[in-house]
Structures are given as C-alpha cells and as structure tokens.
Design a protein around this ligand. Structure first.
Ligand SMILES: [Fe+2]
Ligand SMILES: [Fe+2]
Length: 130
C-alpha cells in the first residue's frame, strides 16, 4: 500500500504545482516501498537524498515565486519549508544511525507534513497568487 495516497483535496488547481506535488508523493511512496522490501541501506539512503533534493528544489521554486510577487506570508511559509527540510535531515541522520523506527516513524512524519503543508500554506499561496 502506498504511504501517501493522492487525494482530490490536495489539488490546488494549478497544473504545474499539482504535478510537482504528485511527483514528490510518488517519490516518497517509492522510498517507502523500498524500505518495506528491505533493500540495502545504501539504496534507501540514495532515495532519501533524492527526496531531499527534489523537495528543496520545489521549495526554492515556491519561494522565488513568493519573493517576485511580494507574497504577504513569505516569511511564515519559508520558515515552514525550513522546518520540513530540517526534519528530513534528521530522519536521514536517524536512518544512517540505525535509530529510525523504520517505516512507521517515517510514514507518520512525511504524511503529516505533506498533507498539512499542501492543504494550508501551499493552498493559501496558490489561491492568492494563482
Ligand atoms: Fe510550500
Ligand atoms: Fe508545495
């Protein structure tokens, strides 16, 4: 079973953004599937690194857009992005140290962030700047 199922409520109605959000979800689901298949730590690590890079790029794109358009909640949105990235770093470190309680912890965290961030900050951003 996929970790995060795409739901209609995630859709912001902007094709480009929805496409990127779907890609992020696919990537996270793939990482989760690899973990469940008990693949080597190096492979999982590569996946987590890829997720981090893709998410960072996506956030950078949103922040650029917010700066260019003078978005009123740039600081707040950006700080949420930074928290998410820090959390991913922590998860990667925990995984490397072998103290990540596997799927459950990763699953719970990623799912909570993404569903929340899409629905709140991103939804507002795209509603405003649409
Ligand atoms: Fe965002
Ligand atoms: Fe986003």
């Amino acid at each position: 079973m996929a970790l995060i199922e795409w739901r209609d409520e995630f859709s912001l109605g902007i094709a480009e953004v929805d496409h990127e959000h779907r890609e992020l979800i696919d990537l996270i689901n793939a990482a989760y599937a690899h973990m469940q298949d008990d693949e080597s730590a190096a492979e999982i690590d590569d996946f987590l690194g890829e997720i981090y890079a893709r998410i960072a790029a996506h956030f950078a794109l949103e922040e650029k857009m917010m700066r260019e358009r003078g978005y009123d909640q740039l600081a707040e949105h950006k700080s949420e992005h930074e928290t998410l990235l820090d959390d991913i770093r922590d998860l990667m470190d925990a995984y490397e140290d072998g103290v990540l309680s596997g799927e459950t912890e990763l699953a719970a965290k990623l799912q909570a962030w993404f569903t929340e961030h899409f629905r709140t900050q991103d939804a507002r951003l795209h509603r405003k700047l649409g």
